[in-house]
Design a binder for this molecule. Structure first.
Ligand code: SAM
Length: 630
């Protein structure tokens, strides 16, 4: 019977105001800061709903904040108070001291908690025990009820670690306190908690159902379901959850992260590059010598901002559309503006406002110096890991359509999809100098997929960057000076190249490499790599064959096809086409087509053809077009 305790009990919900970047930060990699805050808010409101029905006399919501937030619709039965300072134990102790026993504490991130659980905890307390806990799956607890001063159970506990409850139980034993445990509950701290929580919620009875949390979880599932899971193949929402694609969630939520402008805090990296935009920098990465004539149309203030590293501009050709990732002062973009000519186009992307001010400020001078009628270069503010989102455009949109709900976020997603900063398959060449290493490790693969998305078929990349011969240890990665100095974010050389292969590129090669620095035994190199897009698509038989010229006795391509020097191998039309283009051109003799791919005769490219196509030897070679050889 709980009558006695119910009549005197205070229930305290421990809560943080749900704010992007402040709450549920461990969920940010999966949900984005805004998504994590939205889920946090939903869980809090569900907990408050349930706790409003709990059998207690007083209900407090204790905010871990300097003042109570005004935008949370509190049920009337809750009185807001502020938590004291110190670790969680001290804060709970101070609250206990202010209200006296018995007290039930609940967390705001356990939406499976119900009024029934509070009743059970009070029933157990009645059995003359000192404390009752509801264990959480992560080793902590979601509810704690105290009938005597909890001080020994709250001191010296490793809060935030996985043995909070174990340490509490040891402390209880040492202090001779009697403790009872309830059936486990679920809270939500890490991305991997999402699917089990959803399963748990689905089994809850309607009157205890945390509907707001469920709605948020359904939205997350729906988005991912729609974006990355074949709708026909997932039998249930639950199954969709099992298959959440974290990269896709990250990509979606990069949008959400960009939303609240007030959160835009210049980090150390931006400050450094912001400062570099207005000063001449002595040394950032290793020196490059340029052809002065290729640069005499560029104002000196732009040339003064020099990062060294490499010169990927040499791969630009007349008429191309070229994308420069992390365009900085615009020097490379302006060099390319000359190479592609008035019919070509250059798009520079950078996230640092001062850099953009500098580069945009020089466009008309460069256009005049080149004698073009109109500018062929444009600079956008954006994150290179999400080339769909133009941040200036996003801000304009948000000024008119503030986003405060997931439906509005969906509308924003649609708007951006309709008007991406860089369209799918619109670019011939992607260049970048000394920037990819600056992208967060967890966004690097997404960045390469974005590059792949925007490239046209047969488009290519020319990227100069810093790579290391060994993995950069975590301690070095955390050194912000090394990070902004292009060292600690460096890719391991083989991983850099592999990442392009994994994204679907072919012909990946290191064009040049120079040792730049050795730090703590790790060698850092400045390299320029090239890679091409275009091996995707169906394989059709058109009667073509390819012969490898050497110098190796045989080679194996990325897809396992073996070419023996001096022997013809049957190849599909698509492969034949690739072998006659850079970077393979010149290494193979390729016979001409005898049929048309329009006939759509399937060619089996899967088996790694090793048999010489003797019967194809008499076909002409594509190298020798009429009048071009012998
Ligand atoms: C070392 S500077 C190189 C600038 C230019 N590529 C050059 O060679 O002169 C790095 C530039 O990348 C930009 N940057 C770094 N990370 C970025 C990101 N994730 N998205 C967009 N720009 C980024 C910085 O603002 C800075 O302008």
């Amino acid at each position: 019977m709980t009558a006695k305790l119910e009549n005197a009990c205070t229930l305290i919900v421990m809560a943080k105001p749900p704010r992007p970047h402040r709450t549920k930060t461990r969920l940010i990699p999966a949900l984005g800061a805004w998504g994590a805050a939205a889920l946090s808010r939903a869980m809090l409101l569900d907990v408050l709903d349930q706790m409003a029905r709990a059998p207690v006399t007083t209900r407090l919501i204790a905010w871990a904040a300097e003042e109570s937030p005004q935008d949370i619709p509190l049920p009337e039965v809750f009185r807001p108070v502020l938590q004291a300072s110190g670790d969680l134990g001290r804060r709970m102790q101070a609250l206990y001291d202010s209200v006296g026993p018995p007290v039930v504490f609940v967390g705001s991130d356990a939406p499976t908690l119900t009024a029934e659980h509070v009743r059970t905890a009070l029933d157990l307390l009645e059995e003359d025990v000192d404390a009752v806990f509801q264990p959480a799956e992560d080793g902590g607890y979601t509810l704690a009820a105290f009938r005597t001063n909890p001080q020994p159970l709250l001191e010296g506990i490793p809060w935030g670690e996985s043995d909070v409850l174990a340490a509490t139980l040891r402390a209880a034993r040492d202090a001779s306190r009697r403790v009872r445990l309830m059936e486990s509950g679920r809270d939500l701290d890490r991305p991997e908690d999402i699917a089990p929580l959803r399963r748990h919620i689905d089994l809850m009875p309607p009157n205890r159902f945390p509907s707001r949390t469920a709605r948020q979880l359904t939205r997350i599932a729906r988005r991912n379901h729609a974006m990355s899971i074949d709708p026909g193949s997932a039998r249930s929402l639950e199954e969709a959850f099992e298959r959440l694609d974290p990269d896709r969630i990250r990509q979606l939520n990069a949008l959400a992260d960009a939303l609240p402008r007030f959160l835009e805090k210049e980090d150390q990296e931006q400050q450094r590059y912001g400062a570099a935009a207005t000063t001449v920098v002595d040394e950032l990465c290793c020196a490059v010598s340029y052809d002065g004539k290729a640069m005499d149309h560029i104002p000196q203030r732009i040339l003064d901002i020099d990062y060294g590293c490499g010169d990927p501009t040499v791969y630009a050709e007349e008429g191309m559309t070229v994308l420069d990732l992390g365009s900085g002062s615009g020097k490379h973009a302006f060099m390319i503006a000359r190479k592609v000519g008035p019919e070509g186009k250059v798009i520079g992307i950078d996230k640092t406002a001062q850099m953009l001010e500098l580069s945009r400020g020089a466009v008309s001078e460069v256009t005049a110096a080149l004698g073009y009628d109109k500018p062929n270069v444009v600079f956008h503010r954006g994150h290179i890991e999400d080339l769909r989102v133009d941040l200036d455009h996003l801000e304009d949109y948000l000024a008119q359509h503030p986003v405060s709900s997931y439906d509005e976020l969906d509308a924003l997603d649609r708007h951006i999809d309709e008007r991406p900063m860089v369209r799918d398959e619109s670019v011939d060449l992607v260049v970048s100098n000394c920037v990819l290493n600056l992208v967060r490790d967890d966004a690097k693969n997404q960045l390469i997929r974005e590059i792949f998305r925007v490239l046209k078929r047969h488009g290519s990349v020319a990227i100069s960057d810093i790579v290391s011969d060994r993995e950069v240890p975590e301690a070095l990665k955390k050194d912000l000076d090394l990070w902004t100095g292009c060292l600690s974010g460096a890719w391991r050389r083989d991983r850099f190249l592999d990442a392009f292969a994994e994204a679907g590129f072919y012909g990946i090669r290191e064009e040049s490499s120079r040792l730049w620095k050795t730090v703590e035994g790790i060698n850092f190199f400045s390299v320029t790599i090239r890679a091409w897009k275009g091996k995707q698509g169906p394989c059709y038989e058109t009667g073509r064959a390819a012969m490898y010229r050497g110098p190796f006795s045989q080679i194996t391509d990325d897809d396992g096809h073996v070419y023996v020097r001096g022997r013809f191998h049957p190849v599909c039309e698509k492969t034949a086409e690739l072998l006659t283009r850079p970077p393979y051109a010149g290494h193979f003799v390729v016979t001409e087509a005898q049929g048309s791919p329009d006939d759509k005769i399937p060619f089996d490219c899967s088996g790694g053809q090793t048999v010489a196509g003797e019967d194809r030897l008499h076909y002409g070679e594509t190298e020798c077009t009429p009048g071009s050889c012998c």
